[in-house]
Design a protein around this ligand. Sequence first.
Ligand code: MN
Length: 430
Amino acid sequence: MTKRIDKAFIAEQNEKLMPGVQEDYDALARKLARQDIDIEKITQKAAEFQVAVPSWGTGTGGTRFARFPGTGEPRNIFEKLEDCAVINDLSQCTQAVSPHFPWDKVDDFTELKGFSDNLDLKWDSINSNTFQDQPGQAHSFKYGSLSNTSEASRELAIAHNLDCIKWGEALGSKVLTVWVGDGSNHPGQSHFQRAFERYLESMKRIYAELPSDWELHIEHKMFEPAFYSTVIQDWGSNILAAMELGDKAKSLVDLGHHAPNVNIEMIVSRLIQFKKLGGFHFNDSKYGDDDLDSGSLHPYQQFLIFNELVDAEYRNQEGFGPGYLLDQSHNVTDPIESLMNSAASVQRSYVAALLINRETLYGYQDSNDAIMASNTLKNAFVTDVSPILQMARARNGGAIDPISVYRASGYRASAAKERPSSGHSGSGIV
Ligand SMILES: [Mn+2]
């Protein structure tokens, strides 16, 4: 087993940085006090913030063209969990891991649960996979899964999702996330309405088996692998399906699954209003489903999404409590570093959105003062909340500077020794 980074080592590294952090923190505290904001309350909320890590993000991703694996990549779910534990030990905001089946399937789920408990990790949403055929699969998903014209293929896809619920129960998860690659690559190939009807019939069967305290999250995606149309193309199809299924069915927003320039924060608001916001897959995008690191390109968009989320929290919006998950593909970076960076980026957007005085903003909105309303958001966004994030991590026993501590620990080098490449990896892009 690859050794976790020692708590004493983290504390030792923090000690060198703490005087500077304290100085910055005190200065920020005074600045925020002038806006009637108590920094301690914000730091407390930052310390409580959580975003889950995708098991498939711990390996190097790739494109349709190639994959360039890094060293010491996890070869199975147990090794993925070891990496997730390191991410959480340093970041202190990523306690839950979201698995992907059958990539992460094991023979003994009790053993897997015991293993994650020992690493102080919890299980987030279960992701089913019916977008590829497994070795020896009797009925193919080549022409779709839950919406396939073949009943046998549909039955197989339903059965897999029911298995996912069973495995999730063993792990203590409460959410099943369903994304299907179903769709068409040629105009006329698929009957839009009939395909959607078949999808809904299949989903109703899955929904019927959902434990009472579970949610079913539906993930939409505009294109790929179906490049002409997809069955759950956009948030419209998504919410229609969720409404058709029932209260436990909600929509999941993957930031990369929209057309360029779409106003995602407004979609988020609509889903909140109708109690249909299930959760997020955070990432960033330049052209399409690029799966770039969260906040690496459009940090303001990410902040504006959190503006809606914090607003819902402030208003105690009924039925509000989305799950936050990273969903990225790391092609040229060390996945552990990218995931730590991204978790902090999402946390930063949340914290910055907490700085907005909601009542002041409502006042500007009601009086149609566009400039001041916009500036209220922008002023929060440009406030450097780094000292709050650093202090929250340090107080929780994490690293002030996670990447430096990770590099100094030599974790990747020791993983490379203990994990010779198996030639393939269960990582992927969803
Ligand atoms: Mn996703």
